[in-house]
Design a protein around this ligand. Structure first.
Ligand code: ATP
Length: 751
């Protein structure tokens, strides 16, 4: 019953309620063939009144607007009746034709109207009020509309996304189809963001050569772009060549190195790629990656050298602050606080319990005494909230701070930039290990000149999802003032979670606690028994013995699918913690059943989701990747549901459910930047080997505040402890900061 039911619907466009010229999204009012008024939504580039549409889609219930037809694809026919033609002409597609003129043209030429406009536009002057100049202008605009229609038909015929019609038209005008036929790979430009394989499919359908330069170039750019997702900012020439040959060749089509090399040179000439000898490599970069890395190296060096002088005695200010503190700061902490007062850039790093947060509080007090307007930021909403709770000051996500939004093609753009910088004297950024070089570039570009930056993070945590290894690289460069906190404070030493995190980080097996400790290891091997034990712990043992409510407990796993991955864990935990019940409504989406009361997570940034603050009249937009909430209510009639994120109630229509996942168990990657009172870490046998790394184990352990239970096999844990593969990414930030052209960059296998 929950499966979408597709139907075909025909109607004439009566009104264009809304249309977005960039992506073609429109809301239309149609008169159906049966004479009913219907509202349809979908991608309808360049749609005009009076057009006759045959749509395939399904009926949905919008919470505010009621029943609507959501069209997934459609065919269109120009209107044939006089009234339809008049409506079409005056629908705004052709500027300068209003309803009266539209009606006169349609009455005069009837069915031949479109033919006249295309082939004999001078005949339009037969109508009173149309001069020859105006006739030419009308014809020009009509030709433009026809070209858009034709382009859209071409794209849909070849299974390509019609959302890009307007973007393509904007760039190529009426030669868009011709350009595509000549070079389908132009679609791989990030501006359109069409997958290489779709463009390749079009080339095959058009019978183009598989050995063309265009195909070679697109294959190279695709390989570099794909590898950004594996964290590499560049690829060494030899590895790139091999990977592109593998991508482009098959039994009939054989590429050789020379052909790829020629492509790389061509792309470098056009400024799309940069080839550079760096870090002991013949490195090939996408231009923006190269520029981000070079920009960061330049700016970080510059900021590191900046020293602030004061016309009063800063030392006595610092001493006053140190003497006044609750407990004596360690020498390193004092050094960090003093460095932040004097330097343009400071890195504060260290493992759990080494006093980073306490130091940040000290830095904030000094900045306050220096009357510096300071902004706090972190990469995720949860990390920002934690920073805010710990310092008592507002902290924002970097995206919020920079006022991020989307540009056509899904690119992120920031309102805060070089020309519209942040208004502040200092920024303190926490959880820097999660930040990739693009986001870091955006942040530094938005800093006003002379502002200070304090970067706080633990370089042994997982590297960012995006490209580069920013924090590790800048620390390793030894060119940026860095204070590494190593002392584990006594308070923290009482915690076996903290002590074991440090042990694991140094390559030792963790030692479980005695009876009243906080670190436990329950030995289970196969996935089924791990999952069963996890379910028991969450539903009975931890609530009964420790008083944790299920909402304080987070289950973690390195993987999603295999072994005790989050998919199987979530199914089992949902069954135990939130079983089917008459009082709880459900909604199936793919293979997930969402049930009222479920814990759910938003899995991508969405700046448009609308939320309301509970009990107040505040509303806002935006739910972000990693935000965890509770599914409060499902409205089957309205086809929507409400998720509570703390005191914000967000509305999701059913077609947005791909953005939600069950979150009883989440991957360690998704948990980065968050902490939980109790963590149950599922580490069965049979997890994918590439995920069994020391920093995944370390990152998982350090998510727990009061209690950690590993449920898994000794073999899996010891494999993770031994596998210290962090930092295996191609990146030259360290070499750039050190001014080195040659360095011993590691050999890394491309995935
Ligand atoms: N100079 C100090 N003397 C005594 N105790 C300290 C000192 N600095 C910090 N502590 C204590 O050590 C513990 C850990 O400090 P803090 O929370 O600042 O570390 P952290 O590095 O931010 O840890 P985590 O990453 O685990 O949050 C706290 O209990 C804190 O009160």
């Amino acid at each position: 019953m929950d499966e979408k039911e597709y139907v075909e619907l025909r109607g004439t466009v009566e009104q264009i309620v809304f249309s977005n010229e960039e992506n073609g999204y429109a809301v239309l009012r149609l008169l159906s063939q049966e004479g009913a008024e219907i509202t349809a939504t979908g991608t309808f580039p360049g749609i005009g009144l009076g057009e006759e549409l045959t749509m395939v889609g399904c009926w949905v219930m919008h919470p505010s607007y009621g029943e609507q037809f959501s069209a997934e694809r459609f065919e269109r026919r120009l209107p044939t009746t006089v009234r339809g033609i008049a409506d079409y002409l005056s629908s705004g597609l052709i500027r300068g034709i209003g309803p009266r003129l539209g009606a006169r043209i349609a009455e005069k030429f009837g069915e031949d109207t479109f033919d006249v406009m295309l082939n004999e536009p001078e005949r339009l002057t037969e109508i009173k009020g149309i001069t020859s100049r105006r006739a030419k202008e009308i014809a020009r605009q009509y030709v433009e509309q026809s070209a858009m229609r034709e382009l859209m038909d071409f794209l849909s015929e070849h299974g390509l996304p019609i959302e890009i019609t307007a973007l393509l038209y904007k760039r190529f005008h009426d030669s868009a189809i011709e350009s595509l036929k000549e070079n389908p790979y132009l679609l791989c430009d990030p501006y359109y963001d069409v997958d290489f394989r779709l463009a390749d499919g079009l080339a095959i359908e058009l019978g183009l050569s598989m050995l063309s330069d265009d195909r070679t170039d697109a294959g190279i750019v695709y390989t570099l772009t794909f590898n950004l997702g594996n964290g590499h900012t560049f690829i060494p020439l030899d590895k790139l060549t091999t990977a592109v040959i593998r991508l482009l060749s098959d039994e009939d089509v054989v590429f050789d190195e020379d052909r790829i090399l020629a492509g790389i040179l061509r792309l470098a000439d056009k400024g799309i790629l940069v080839r550079e000898e760096i870090a002991g490599r013949d490195a090939v970069y996408l231009r923006d990656m190269h520029d981000a890395e070079a920009y960061l190296a330049h700016m970080l060096s510059d900021m590191s050298e900046r020293n602030y002088e004061y016309d009063f005695d800063v030392d006595s200010l610092l001493h006053g602050l140190f003497d006044d503190s609750e407990f004596p700061y360690s020498e390193k902490q004092k050094q960090a606080i003093a460095a932040a007062a004097r330097n343009g850039l400071v890195i504060l790093t260290g493992g759990p319990g080494t006093g980073k947060t306490t130091t940040v509080s000290g830095i904030l007090r000094v900045f306050e005494a220096l009357s510096l307007n300071t902004l706090l930021a972190a990469p995720t909403g949860r990390a920002a909230k934690r920073l805010s709770d710990l310092t008592g000051m507002e902290a924002k996500t970097i995206h919020r701070l920079l006022e991020a939004g989307f540009a056509p093609g899904g690119r992120t753009v920031y309102a805060r930039t070089v020309t519209n910088p942040l208004e502040c004297d200092a920024v303190i950024l926490d959880e820097v290990s999660m930040v990739d070089i693009r986001l870091m570039q955006a942040l530094i570009e938005a800093l006003p000149h002379g502002a200070r930056l304090v970067l706080v993070g633990d370089a042994d945590q997982l590297p960012p999802v995006g490209p580069g290894n920013f924090l590790r690289d800048i620390i390793a460069s030894q060119r940026v003032p860095t204070i590494q906190l190593t002392e584990i404070f006594r308070q923290a030493q009482k915690s076996d979670i903290v002590m074991n995190a440090h042990a694991v980080n140094e390559g030792h097996m963790p030692t479980p606690s005695g009876a009243d400790g906080d670190f436990f290891f329950m030995k289970r091997g196969d996935a089924a028994s791990v999952i069963e034990t996890v379910a028991q712990l969450c539903s009975q043992r931890l609530p009964a013995h420790y008083g944790f409510s299920p909402s304080q407990i987070q289950v973690l796993s390195p993987a999603r699918r295999q072994g005790s991955g989050t998919a199987a864990l979530n199914r089992r935990l949902q069954e135990t913690l939130n079983p089917p019940s008459e009082n709880r409504r459900e909604k199936r989406f793919g293979d997930i059943i969402f049930r009222e009361g479920d814990r759910v997570m938003q899995v991508r940034n969405n700046y448009d989701i609308v939320w309301e603050r509970e009990g107040g009249d505040e509303t806002g937009t935006g739910v972000f990747n990693g935000d965890v909430g509770e599914l409060e209510r499902i409205y089957p009639q309205q086809e929507c549901l409400i998720v509570r994120f703390d005191d914000r109630l967000a509305t999701y229509t059913f077609d947005m459910l791909s953005e939600l996942e069950l979150a009883y168990a989440v991957t360690v990657h998704k948990s980065q930047g968050s902490e939980f009172d109790a963590v149950v870490f599922a580490l069965s046998d049979g997890l994918p080997r590439r995920l069994l790394t020391r920093n995944i184990l370390y990152t998982g352990i350090t998510r727990a505040k009061q209690l950690l239970v590993i449920v898994g096999s000794t073999e899996t844990v010891s494999h993770m402890v031994a596998n210290n593969q962090k930092g295996r990414r191609y990146s030259a930030l360290k070499a750039r900061l050190r001014g080195e052209r040659a360095a011993d960059a590691p050999e890394i296998a491309l995935l």
